[in-house]
Ligand binder design. Structure first.
Ligand code: OGA
Ligand code: NI
Length: 355
C-alpha cells in the first residue's frame, strides 16, 4: 500500500489542483467550472438519461453461468453489474453513511484531511484535474488501507467508526476483486500459474475512493468527472441508489447511462486488464454528469497488482501462431505505468502500444 502512494509522490500537484471549491457557497456554476459543450452534448446528454433503454448486464455471481457471462461482458463492454456479491447490505449502508458524515462537514473541516501536494491519500479534487482547464463538480477522499491519520485530524474523538467501516469495506472488496479476477482468468483459459497469482494476491495494490457530486445549479454546463479510463485491473463501484450520473462511452452508441440497481455493484475493467488481455477486453471510457436535484455519492475500489509486478499481455494469449495474436503492448511495471498515467493520462496506453 505504502509503495503505491510512493508511485504518486513523484508528480507533486499545485494546491489549486487539490482543494475543491466550497460547493455549499455557490449559487451558480462559476466560469472555472463551466465546460464548453458541443450542440449535440448540451441537450442530448441530459435527456439521454431517460431515453436510452440500453442497460449494462447484471450478473448473479451465484449463477452457474456467471463465468461465461462475466467474460462475455468483459469482452464486449468492459463493464457489468454484479448481484449476490456477498457484500452485506448493512456494510454498504454504513460506508455510505460514513461518507456522508465526511462530505456534509463544512469546507473548513474537510480540508483538515487535505491530500498533500505529493501525497496520494486524503481529501481533494480528482487526480485527473490537472489535465483539464476547467474544474469538475466533484470532491473526493482517497484511502489506501487505514484512513486513521486523516480521520483523526477531522474527528479527534470520533474517528474510530469511520476507520473501522472503511477498513472492513476494503477487506471485503479485496476478496471480491480476487474472486472476480479469478473468474475472468478462468474465462480466458489462463492458469493462475501463468500470471504468478500468489504474488499478485499477496501484495496487491488497492485504493478506496469516496466520490461526492454535490447538487449542481446547472448540470448542462458542469462535468462531475471528465472522461477517463481507470488505471488498475478492475474497479468495483457502489452508487447510492437514488442518484444516477455515471455514463460509459460505447462505440456506435455514444454515452450510455449506468443506472444504479438496488443492491448491485458496478464492475469495470481498467487499463491493466486491457493490457494483460492483449486488448481483448476494452478499458471502458466513462464520465459522470452531476444532477440538479440530488447530491450523488459513490464509493470506488480500485484493485491492481503489486507495484513491482510486470504488466504485459499474458503469455498464454499471445503465443499461438497468427499475427493477430502477437503482443500489442510492451510489458511495464505497475509503478511505471501509474507514473505514466499520472503524467500523460489517456496517452499512457499508446506509449506502451507496439502494434
Ligand atoms: C472513478 C469513477 C465514477 C462514479 O472514481 O474513477 O469513475 O460514478 N467514478 O463516481
Ligand atoms: Ni473511473
Amino acid at each position: 500500500m505504502a509503495t503505491l502512494s510512493k508511485a504518486y509522490t513523484e508528480t507533486p500537484l499545485h494546491l489549486q489542483h487539490i482543494i475543491p471549491i466550497d460547493f455549499d457557497s455557490v449559487k451558480e456554476v462559476p466560469q472555472s467550472h463551466s465546460w464548453p459543450q458541443s450542440d449535440d452534448e448540451s441537450t442530448r446528454r441530459m435527456f439521454n438519461l431517460d431515453g436510452d433503454h440500453f442497460s449494462i448486464p447484471a450478473i448473479d455471481l451465484d449463477s452457474p453461468d456467471a463465468i461465461e457471462m462475466a467474460g462475455h461482458a468483459c469482452k464486449i463492454m468492459g463493464i457489468f453489474q454484479v448481484t449476490n456479491h456477498g457484500i452485506p447490505s448493512s456494510l454498504l449502508r454504513e460506508v455510505e453513511s460514513q461518507a456522508w458524515r465526511f462530505f456534509t462537514l463544512p469546507a473548513r473541516a474537510k480540508v483538515k484531511a487535505l491530500r498533500s501536494p505529493s501525497g496520494a491519500t486524503g481529501y481533494g479534487v480528482a487526480r485527473i484535474a490537472p489535465f483539464f482547464n476547467k474544474f469538475m463538480w466533484h470532491e473526493g477522499f482517497t484511502m489506501m488501507g487505514s484512513p486513521l491519520e486523516h480521520a483523526r485530524e477531522v474527528w479527534p474523538h470520533g474517528y474510530r467508526k469511520f476507520c473501522e467501516v472503511m477498513e472492513d469495506y476494503q477487506d471485503k472488496m479485496k476478496a471480491l476483486s480476487e474472486r472476480l479476477l479469478a473468474m475472468i482468468l478462468k474465462y480466458l483459459g489462463i492458469s493462475e500459474h501463468d500470471i504468478d497469482w500468489p504474488r499478485l494476491r499477496s501484495n496487491a495494490c488497492a485504493a478506496l475512493q469516496l466520490n461526492s457530486y454535490p447538487r449542481c445549479p446547472d448540470p448542462r454546463q458542469a462535468m462531475g468527472l471528465a472522461p477517463h479510463t481507470d488505471t488498475f485491473l478492475l474497479t468495483i463501484l457502489h452508487q447510492n441508489h437514488s442518484a444516477h450520473g455515471l455514463q460509459v462511452h460505447m462505440e456506435g452508441r455514444g454515452w450510455v447511462p449506468v443506472f444504479p440497481m438496488n443492491g448491485a455493484l458496478v464492475v469495470n475493467l481498467g487499463d491493466m486488464l486491457h493490457i494483460m488481455s492483449n486488448a481483448m477486453f476494452p478499458s471502458v471510457v466513462h464520465r459522470v454528469i452531476p444532477s440538479e436535484k440530488r447530491h450523488r455519492l459513490t464509493v470506488g475500489y480500485f484493485y491492481g497488482p503489486p507495484t513491482d509486478f510486470h504488466v504485459g499481455p499474458i503469455h498464454g494469449l499471445t503465443q499461438s501462431s497468427g499475427r493477430e495474436d502477437a503482443a500489442r503492448f510492451r510489458s511495464v511495471t505497475v509503478k511505471d505505468y501509474v507514473q505514466m498515467k499520472a503524467k500523460n493520462l489517456d496517452k499512457a496506453l499508446s506509449m506502451i502500444r507496439i502494434r
